[in-house]
Design a protein around this ligand. Sequence first.
Ligand code: ZN
Length: 417
Amino acid sequence: MSAITGQDNDALRVNGGRLWDSLMQMARIGATKNGGVTRLALSDEDKQARDLFVQWVQEAGCSVRVDAMGNIFARRPGRDNALAPVATGSHGDSQPQGGRFDGIYGVLAGLEVIRSLNDAGVQTLRPVEVVNWTNEEGARFAPAMVASGVFSGVFALEYGLSRTDGSGLTIRQELERIGYAGADIASYPIHAFYELHIEQGPILEAENLTIGVVSGGQGQRWYEGDFSGQAAHAGTTPMNRRRDAARGLAAVIELAHDIAVAHGPLACATVGSLQVTPNSRNVVPGRAGYTLEFRHPDEDILAAMHAALKEGVTGIAARLNLGSSLKQIFSYPPVVFDSRCVGIVRAATAKLAYPFRDIVSGAGHDACYINRIAPTAMIFIPCVDGISHNEREDISEQWSTAGGNVLLQSLLHSASS
Ligand SMILES: [Zn+2]
């Protein structure tokens, strides 16, 4: 390998056509008839996709290690292999009838970076790793991001391995069945971690931008609430005598919407699940339950939304003469990515002259857990109409190449000192 100066490295680009071909070849595994893929975690299709990834990284000269959660680590050696590696990666599993790019794009772009470094004969100071994280989606085994969570110490290994799918099979059983049960979890220092992913939202495309520099992820608060009134006959109970619990639902849906709008543009509120009892056409509902979730990247704003919700629900119950309960059942703090890594992504994007903006991730990603143990940042590219978790999910080859180049330059920067 030739000695390459920093100047020369600035001119390095990925082979966008090769990256696209790899994406299209991978998309045949688990392909659905409407142009998407179904590659549920640890299914036969996931095994085929893993086998192909392993074959490709080995052909690119990487050593491969699989940990106890089935995470696959492909390593390209550096000049000093005692130094902590620089790593990138994402997930290879998909939603049922999901898209061809969610997750796997970040894995294959990492592979393309390694192929491009090989082509150019560049030897980095630090080793460079590409990771394929197990079961990010949580579609087959809940919770989502369980394997990067175990790697980051968020979950115990035993907890991760004992998660079950709808038919009672555990992650441990399925890892053994497909031959991806590694010996240990072996967390180790990572110098910097970059995850490249499609945005899964409409902002970048709508603003004609090619790259999103992800500064962090939204925090979440999940609630379960319920209103209680009086079940009553739908024909004999005059309107002024009713205590209709479902009216509480109508009011709380509007309340949640108004709270999010008042804390816009980044706040989100969703009342996604409703349960009316007894759920009969001819009975005034006596009970009405709901789930509610808030998202925002700032913990203080989430706290303000929480206070507004409590006050609002109390007001609704009083006005409609209903009993009410409201419980916060889950809280996930906002993710703030490493300012240095975010700066490296921003600088690389600017140097490559791609139009970009800073953006907050509305979805959870493996990088959100890795951020707890290593300096981390994410790179987004647009996706058509913001559609994801859908067979119609699509990106352009030009966006794909741009993301690959930003990833290449960010990794090179972090791997060189
Ligand atoms: Zn994903």
